[in-house]
Design a protein around this ligand. Sequence first.
Ligand SMILES: Cc1cc2nc3c(=O)[nH]c(=O)nc-3n(C[C@H](O)[C@H](O)[C@H](O)COP(=O)(O)OP(=O)(O)OC[C@H]3O[C@@H](n4cnc5c(N)ncnc54)[C@H](O)[C@@H]3O)c2cc1C
Length: 486
Amino acid sequence: MRGSERSHLAVVGAGAAGLYTALCAAREGARVTLVSATPLAESSSWRAQGGLAAAISAQDSPERHLTDTIVAGRRCVRTSAARNLCEQAPAAVADLERLGVRFDTEGDGSLALGLEGGHSTRRIVHAGGAATGRRLVRSLTALVGEDPWIEVLERRRVTALLLAHDHCAGIQLEDGHEILTDATVLATGGAAALFSRTTNPPGATGGGLLLASQAGATLADLELVQFHPTALAASNGADGFLVTEAVRGEGALLLDAGGARFVDELAPRDEVARAVARQMALTGAASVGLDMRAVDPALFPNVASELRRAGIDPKHELVPVAPAAHYMMGGIATDLHGRASLPGLYAVGECACTGVHGANRLASNSLTECFVFGARAARAAVREPAAPVRSAASPQPPPSADSPPLRIESRQALWRYAGIERDAEGLQQLSEDPHSLVRLIARSALARAESRGAHQRRDCPSADPKLDGVHVTIGQDGEVGFAQWS
Ligand SMILES: Cc1cc2nc3c(=O)[nH]c(=O)nc-3n(C[C@H](O)[C@H](O)[C@H](O)COP(=O)(O)OP(=O)(O)OC[C@H]3O[C@@H](n4cnc5c(N)ncnc54)[C@H](O)[C@@H]3O)c2cc1C
């Protein structure tokens, strides 16, 4: 039986972005329904280690944070979005502290700040060493659970957005249950688990992007996928476990087979991942060595214990690491308030593409993005007028454009043909894949006939200045376009 109910706002996803958006919207007086497909520990937010970037120290400024973000993003960052991120990050951290999140502090009580690649100064706020994600998610979940304005539907999957007169008018759940809303916020996370080698939880396969696209919203920059240089290379279940960049901020080194350094460990991520991949290709080895022997394991207790569980003692031996798909810079195209191109639909966090990360995300800017843009989207979404529901016609899901289930063959093909280096021939093959998001990634990567940041084309090895600041878009009928955003 199809039941239906009404809520002012539905937030889909209970990672950092969804939890914080729900709390901010409830603070504004909205009735919120928060839907999450997976249990807590299965979001990327739960896994986040390093922390969140914010210009907090006396030596730092939002302007300096902005410069680092723009440099890392390889002339493709939407400056207006990055300016919002960097200027509002310190207030977001302060709000989280007010909400009860306990970040790590120095002896004098000031926030302890870590250093990561591409940052010109220490600005990473963290909790429990490298347990930032789980601390944040636990605190925010407890608050959401107690908030009388938020109804939580756990382990429930949204299978379609409801449309009324070209407006998003609500959501449909797996069991057919419908929730009609004035505004719907997708906070469904990234898509890096589409790749066979990934740091992401199994559910991070871009389901929210497909929901939005099937309802007619524009997607952007799907070809821009960040590869993390230091994911554990192990033959056991720990393969792909992320060893946070923050360990390199504390002095860990990357070593080749002969024990020599081959890259500046704190260069932006795209550079380091490429250097690691090149080393592996040169020697035929399946990994390079991460030397953490000089790093105090007490600074990163969960990393040290996870490595020990995998049979590696980081105090006495090198950690074998190799790149893995980590973060989707692209997603549902939004404005600076999280509005998608479909009226009534918003997107925040990793599933959104505000353009803030350009072609290469600066480390730890994504949790900050969840909070800064979560708050902005909540403020805009609670003011959304009700969707126009005329006559007797009730909101309907879009005509189904179902993608078959994701097969391991598609994941392996994505890694092979759209991994750290791609070319037109492999991407052409991939553009025939049965899975629609895999096809869209391939078509976007074909359209960006250049190399920039995380997107490296063997057959077009240089950046094309004509594509500076240009975003590759996927429109309503799947057509590929190019856009510049102010
Ligand atoms: C190992 C690892 C370490 C990282 N470390 C850092 C770091 O130190 N700093 C940093 O800034 N970033 C880091 N990142 C990236 C960052 O964690 C993510 O970008 C961010 O947490 C994404 O948050 P989110 O809320 O957008 O999505 P997620 O946290 O992935 O949450 C997505 C939610 O959506 C739900 N969902 C998805 N589809 C549906 C559906 N159809 N119906 C209902 N619910 C649905 C899921 O169940 C989940 O609750 C890391 C990522 C990983 C994987």
